[in-house]
Design a protein around this ligand. Structure first.
Ligand code: ADP
Ligand code: MG
Length: 354
């Protein structure tokens, strides 16, 4: 006999809907920091400082020198589907910002306490406001929720505190702050390497030395050297254009003298840090003939594909993208790496000269 009773269908409350949706975008502190970094880059920042406490579960703070948020936008900035980047559905095929759905800040505000301090260039002062569940909330009980004027430089500081305070099961699953911090560092490292022209720093609260500290004047290669140390002296550069499939790519790959126990694969498609297991497998296959068994390369690849051929909207975290002619594109990259490794003996980059 069926013991499950038949119940009426009811619409979920907005707060429940939003918290579930938030969980699809923000699984852990590293997802939040990725969204926040992308917002800073979208705002044209050249300097991004990150501060982390307890692996980001207690505190995630990001300070940028981007264009800021206007006072009149502060009321709705954390509401779901509010964005300054996308106006019509057709814009999606021509998107040149990281964000477009207006979901990140909303999501974070549904699972953490958010404070935004921001100033635009033409405003006399900065404004600070606190948010919960997408809405302005008073910083202290009994005070006003309205954004409050304060001192500050042009740019934005966003603080997310007590991440997952209202999602105990999620919090339970994230028991190792060091592990979470390393995931945050991995994201910051990737963006630091890919964004020469932007200075990044990341540190734990209370520690004197930042764990990432890249200069806005450093090149991609400088950044790789700074972050991955000795790796950089065994790198080959790679560059290719395919008119047929309307894409180009460049990057740095390690040569046959170098290997790691696990592949370091920094992949960017149209400047977005993404993952592609198919491309990864192909690259591992190419290196198999050059490296000892169970050892792997360092690969940084920046792929630029005609935006019309890329769908970035297939995954809530935008971690995966789909693009046209995927098999052909992957094969071309594999061949280019193969060619570069074959011809590498005399053409490796000697960093001592730079
Ligand atoms: P999206 O990036 O998809 O637009 P978000 O929720 O990430 O959605 O951000 C909402 C809006 O808040 C953005 O469109 C932007 O106008 C503003 N914003 C967020 N972070 C920043 C920032 N660091 N500097 C300036 N504006 C920001
Ligand atoms: Mg965004």
């Amino acid at each position: 006999e069926n013991t499950k009773e038949l119940r009426p269908i009811k619409k979920l409350q907005d707060a429940v809907i939003n918290r579930i949706a938030a969980g699809e975008i923000i699984h852990r502190p590293a997802n939040a920091i990725k969204e926040l970094i992308e917002n800073s880059l979208d705002a044209g920042a050249t300097n991004i400082r990150i501060l982390v406490k307890e692996g980001g579960l207690k505190l995630l703070q990001i300070q940028d020198n981007g264009h800021g948020i206007r006072r009149e936008d502060m009321d709705i900035v954390c509401e779901r589907f509010t964005t300054s980047k996308l106006k019509s559905f057709n814009d999606l095929s021509n998107i040149n910002t990281y964000g477009f759905r207006g979901e990140a800040l909303a999501s974070i505000s549904h699972v953490a306490h958010v404070t935004i301090t921001t100033k635009t260039a033409d405003s006399k002062c900065a404004y600070r406001a606190c948010y919960s569940d997408g809405k302005l909330v008073p910083p202290k009980p009994g005070t006003s929720a309205e954004p409050k004027a304060c001192a500050g430089n042009t740019g934005t500081q966003i603080t997310a505190e007590d991440l997952f305070y209202n999602v105990p099961t999620r919090k339970q699953a994230l028991k190792h702050p060091n592990d979470e911090y390393n995931r945050i560092l991995d994201i910051v490292n990737r963006y630091a390497i890919h964004n020469s022209g932007v200075g990044f720093s990341c540190k734990k609260q209370g520690s004197k030395q930042p764990d990432v500290n890249s200069l806005s004047t450093a090149s991609t290669l400088d950044n790789i050297r700074q972050i991955y140390g000795s790796t950089a002296s065994e790198l080959l550069n790679l560059e290719k254009v395919s008119r047929k499939f309307d894409f180009k790519f460049n990057g740095y790959i390690s040569n046959a003298n170098f290997n790691l126990r696990k592949m370091t694969f920094l992949l960017f498609i149209n400047h977005r840090a993404v993952e592609s297991s198919a491309l990864k497998r192909t690259i591992e296959g190419v290196y198999e003939t050059y490296l000892p068994k169970n050892s792997y390369p360092f690969v940084y690849l920046s792929l630029e594909i005609n935006p019309q051929n890329v769908d970035v909207n297939i995954h809530p975290t935008k971690r995966e993208v789909r693009f046209l002619n995927e098999d052909e594109v992957i094969a071309i990259i594999g061949d280019a790496i193969q060619e570069r490794l074959v011809g590498a003996n005399c053409s490796r980059i000697y960093l001592t000269q730079t």
